[in-house]
Design a protein around this ligand. Structure first.
Ligand code: IMP
Length: 206
């Protein structure tokens, strides 16, 4: 994961089968006293499907499954976009909002259509990310990161993924899709949650 493997470091399994996401999470974790590996490196690995109850339950279920499969400390995340004018939707269903088979651009368009006519002051929203840590012997910790923003009237920017083109971040005056990835990571829900996870992991080994 871009970090030299060291036999003296315990392994930390990142509970995603997507190698790109595993790499991103590893780089966001920064310097930790673990050798970070993706779940795809473990033969036969599978994860429970995400449910509709809570980010916390989804993240914990994935972390527990990965810890069980690997025998190592595991980290999992779950995240979503909460729009105030929609009572917090799409929330935990963000990846599935609008129906199956839609592209990110389709989902952004569906969200803008649902918010048509809603004035800017009522277009407030936040990204939320929960990161769960689980060890094979049952130790668990969940941390959270939040970033507040406003849903735009139209998509802007070409970077990022998901709802980034419609998520305007007022302190920088740009949408997340207009931010340099390193800058987005510094202010994002995921960046904040992983900074807290880094602190937790340092406590776990101390
Ligand atoms: P998951 O945490 O991988 O389940 O992602 C949940 C969904 O929330 C994603 O598919 C995106 O639609 C949305 N989402 C979460 N984080 C971000 C982000 O940083 N930018 C844009 N969309 C996001």
């Amino acid at each position: 994961m871009g970090r030299r493997a060291s036999p003296s470091r315990p392994r930390l399994v990142v509970a995603t089968l997507n190698p790109a996401k595993a790499r991103e999470l590893a780089s966001l974790l920064g310097d930790i006293p673990f050798e970070v590996v993706g779940l795809s490196t473990i033969p036969g690995a599978a994860l429970p499907p995400e449910g509709d109850d809570s980010y916390r339950a989804n993240a914990l279920a994935k972390a527990r499954a990965a810890a069980r499969l690997s025998g190592a400390v595991a980290l999992a995340d779950d995240s979503g976009l909460e729009v105030d004018a929609l009572g917090g939707r799409p929330g935990v269903r963000s990846a599935r909002y609008g129906g199956a088979g839609l592209s990110d651009a389709d989902r952004c368009a569906a969200l803008l259509a649902e918010l048509r006519g809603v004035p800017r002051e009522r277009r407030t929203a936040r990204f939320r990310c929960m990161v769960a840590l689980a060890s094979p012997d049952g130790r668990e910790e969940v941390v959270e990161g939040i970033v507040e923003g406003v849903i735009t009237d139209a998509p802007r920017g070409t970077g990022g993924f998901g709802y980034d083109p419609v998520f305007f971040y007022p302190p920088l005056g740009r949408t997340f899709a207009e931010l340099d990835p390193a800058l987005k990571n510094r202010v994002s829900h995921r960046g904040k949650a992983l900074a807290l996870a880094q602190e937790a992991l340092k406590r776990w080994v101390s």
